[in-house]
Design a protein around this ligand. Structure first.
Ligand code: PMP
Ligand code: GLN
Length: 397
């Protein structure tokens, strides 16, 4: 007979639970529902990038790469940032390649925050940020982005009110998951002013940097006046190249911030998949046209899903970038999005996520639902068909 130890989970890990994405993906698999919950694309990455990975695998790129990342990927990233944003980046001291943006964010928070420090995030927030703060023993203050007819509103006074003597860093995500908001130049200028006034470090999660629709565009916070020395930019190949399973990410910025990520990363994974890094380097350099086509396909999916949701009686908020749109189920008579999502999964065969799970104070988001549109047009059209046929999506009474 064996006995499990009396104490297992450390206090800092207790309460982290299972991510909502695993839970809902499991529900979709179990019930055969269409999974518009997890932001996981159905289509493969560009064939030429897969071929580049094959070449790298068979050309011997199979041992530990340098801790900072392969020279090819660091060079490609430095060139990409200069070409796309006019932002210089030192390929020797200003980049560290990570196992996805997830590792970059978590290592940044662990490397920059002491227990008792605070970070600020915008609510609703991607779950990794609050989990990273918890692992670091740091407090997390959430500044709500409030939903309205023209999208999610940034409130400069609420941001200033969240700063305390313990605030160490601001974690910004633009384009934003789960709202689809792309922060404007004016909003970024204001956020930059707050960071400089209170001496905060900005960590910016830009994983959807290429996926901005219509006439909106992505502006890196680091390009705003006065921010280059206090901004760490995080991104990954997952969304840009439809390769979420490769988990090739990076952090770029001034050496004093990249050093903090590297200090932690060297003891979490040390290095990340060598052949995939070289393939991503090739993709970032040669696949702009593929990414542009992918962006158009995503915008078309977003529009088709939005139209279907409107027909089913929901109100749809503008989604300017990323993989997700927000729909308001109150319009269809469902004030509680959690209950609505349960019915949607069981009666209609579509899994989506109640936005409230991303928020500390769920009240502004009680009837909002996050739908992922990074799926095939066929899946989107099937989901729209199910939504249209489902009584659960129509107003009651
Ligand atoms: N940040 C945001 C905002 C995300 O939506 C995701 C989801 N993929 C990630 C980070 C994770 O990126 P990666 O898979 O590269 O770790
Ligand atoms: N980023 C994806 C989302 O928001 C999921 C990532 C994950 O499954 N951990 O849906």
């Amino acid at each position: 007979m064996t006995h499990a130890p009396a104490r297992t989970l450390a206090r800092r890990a207790a309460g982290l639970g299972t991510t909502v994405f695993s839970d809902l993906t499991e529900l979709a698999v179990r019930t055969g529902a269409i999974n518009l919950g997890q932001g996981s694309p159905e289509a493969d990455g560009p064939p030429a990038v897969l071929e580049a990975a094959r070449r790298a695998l068979f050309n011997g790129a199979n041992q530990y790469p340098p801790l900072n990342g392969t020279p090819a990927l660091r060079r490609a990233l430095a060139q990409q940032r200069l070409r796309r944003y006019g932002v210089p980046c030192d390929e020797d001291t200003g980049i560290v390649v990570t196992t996805g943006a997830t590792e970059a964010v978590t290592a940044a928070v662990l490397g920059l925050c002491d227990p008792g420090d605070e970070i600020i995030v915008f609510d609703p927030a991607y779950d990794v940020y609050t989990a990273a703060a918890r692992l670091a023993g740091a407090g997390c203050r959430r500044v709500p982005l409030l939903p309205g007819g023209d999208g999610f509103r940034y409130d400069p006074d609420a941001l200033r009110a969240a700063v305390t003597r313990s605030t160490r860093l601001l974690l910004l995500n633009t384009p934003h998951n789960p709202t689809g908001k792309v922060f404007t130049r004016g909003e970024l200028a204001d956020i930059a002013a707050v960071c400089q006034e209170y001496d905060l470090v900005a960590v910016v999660d830009e994983v959807y940097e290429y996926l901005v629709y219509g006439d909106r565009y992505h502006l890196p916070l680091t390009a705003v006046d006065g921010m280059a020395d206090r901004t760490l930019c995080v991104s990954s190949a997952g969304k840009t190249l439809n390769l979420t399973g490769w988990k090739v990410g990076w952090a770029c910025g001034p050496a004093h911030l990249v050093d903090a990520v590297r200090a932690v990363k060297q003891y979490t994974t040390f290095a990340s998949a060598a052949p995939l890094q070289d393939a991503v380097a090739w993709g970032l350099t040669h696949q702009d046209a593929w990414v542009a086509a992918q962006r158009s396909a995503l915008a078309a999916n977003r529009d088709a899903l939005s139209a279907g949701l409107r027909t089913a009686g929901l109100a749809v908020l503008p989604a300017e970038g990323g993989y997700f749109l927000q729909a308001d189920a109150a319009r269809a008579g469902h004030a509680d999005a959690s209950e609505y999502c349960r019915r949607l999964a069981h009666e209609c065969g579509v899994v989506a996520i109640p936005t409230r799970v991303f928020a500390e104070d769920p009240s502004p988001y009680a009837s909002l639902v996050r739908f992922a549109f990074c799926k095939s047009p066929r899946t989107i059209s099937q989901a729209v068909g199910r939504l249209a046929r489902s009584g659960s999506a129509r107003p009651r009474g």
